[in-house]
Design a protein around this ligand. Structure first.
Ligand code: GDP
Length: 364
């Protein structure tokens, strides 16, 4: 599955947001830096109205949404890369994630201590990015030193790694994150294996006061501007509102959102932004027993998409019977779509499209 690491300075609202996200009390919010020491992992159902619609048409007994994993990573402070604070633990946990949700304090509250003594989300973002870049630089230098012997032996993989590490080091030494390095298609796999922290896509999460949830504020505007300059994404969320919503029944939550001038919960926006950031798409399997959503990276060929369900589906892949979401809904289900000639039989080279309703045929 896909994993998002929630990072940010202490006391910016990470735990509050994480609690709301996972609707558990696992990570206790407290007005105290370093409160979340162990990384907390939570799985969140990805809301998708299309899945409900498909289940309704097919009369599916069960609805199984796809899931996204969130990891609440302990707070980072200035000097973390030198082992201060919870530095090393932090860095180990963050390496394993696919993307980073960087929570920034955009709320003013004299009762909540800011570790730097002022509210300045752009400066906070810079503090964390600098620590991550220093950590990357250190690991790049170590790895290049470790490659020397293999390089002399003419190892091809080592040569590729050396080339990529050199590019990363050049960027980092100029003060640029590794994600600014342009990587050729044939190098993407090796590049990802380097697991550089600043190569991961970033989503800035502006934690604003309840009253600013619908509109944002000057702090979140400054973050949006910074994100645009970096080619990153940003969303405005009030962790406190999300916390309240997570305790309400769905109907109450709906009314509460309307009162606050919000169209949907911030959590939905956060997940959607995460999908966009990671270029993720969804396909569906629909039957009388269950309607289920599956997550794949955009551009995934049918056999690989089948492999998300089960490895056997990929290995024995024959073909995929495919109905586009719109056809399924407009025509009123699988049989009617089939009668109308809208069920296509697709082979191994078919690239699955977002919203496809699929049925795989495979050899065992
Ligand atoms: P973490 O250290 O980043 O995990 O931060 P926490 O989630 O523990 O939050 C730190 C403190 O800030 C807690 O007392 C929260 O109740 C408070 N807090 C979180 N979000 C908001 C917010 O949007 N507005 C205000 N006023 N307080 C908040």
């Amino acid at each position: 599955g896909f994993k998002m690491g929630i990072v940010g300075l202490p006391n910016v609202g990470k735990s509050t947001l994480f609690n709301a996200l996972t609707r558990t009390a696992a990570a206790q919010a407290a007005n105290f830096p370093f409160c979340t020491i162990e990384p907390n992992v939570g799985e969140v159902a990805v809301p998708d109205a299309r899945l409900d619609k498909l289940a309704q048409i097919a009369g599916s007994k069960q609805i199984i949404p796809t899931r996204m994993t969130f990891v609440d990573i302990a707070g980072l402070v200035k000097g973390a890369s030198k082992g201060e604070g919870l530095g090393n633990q932090f860095l180990a946990n963050i390496r394993e994630t696919d993307a980073i949700a960087h929570v920034l304090r955009c709320f003013e509250d004299g009762d909540v201590t800011h570790v730097e003594g002022r509210v300045d989300p752009v400066a906070d973002a810079d503090t964390i990015e600098t620590e991550l870049m220093l950590s990357d630089l250190e690991s790049v230098e170590k790895r290049r030193a470790g490659l020397q012997r293999k390089l002399k032996g003419g190892d091809k993989e080592a040569a590729q790694a050396e080339r990529l590490l050199a590019a990363a080091q050049a960027a980092l030494e100029e003060g640029r994150p590794a994600r600014t390095v342009e990587v050729d298609a044939e190098d993407i796999k090796a590049w990802k294996m380097l697991q550089l922290l600043t190569a991961k896509p970033v989503l800035y999460v502006c934690n604003v006061d309840e009253g600013n949830a619908a509109t944002g504020n000057t702090h979140s505007e400054a973050v949006a501007k910074m994100a645009a300059e970096q080619g990153a994404a940003s969303v405005v969320i009030s962790a406190q509102i999300e916390e309240e919503i997570s305790k309400l029944e769905p109907e109450e939550a709906e009314m509460f959102l309307t009162e606050m001038g919000l169209e949907e919960a911030g959590l939905d926006r956060l997940i959607r932004a995460g999908y966009g950031l990671l270029h993720l798409e969804t396909y569906f399997t629909v039957g009388p027993k269950e309607a289920r959503a599956w997550t794949i990276p955009a551009g995934t060929p049918a056999p690989k998409a089948a492999g998300v369900i089960h490895g056997d589906f990929e290995r024995g892949f024959i073909r995929a019977e495919t109905i586009a979401y719109d056809d399924f809904v407009t025509l009123g289900g699988e049989q009617k779509a089939k009668d109308a000639g809208k069920m296509r039989s697709e082979g191994k080279s078919y690239v699955v499209k977002d919203g496809d309703v699929l049925h795989f045929l495979f050899n065992t």
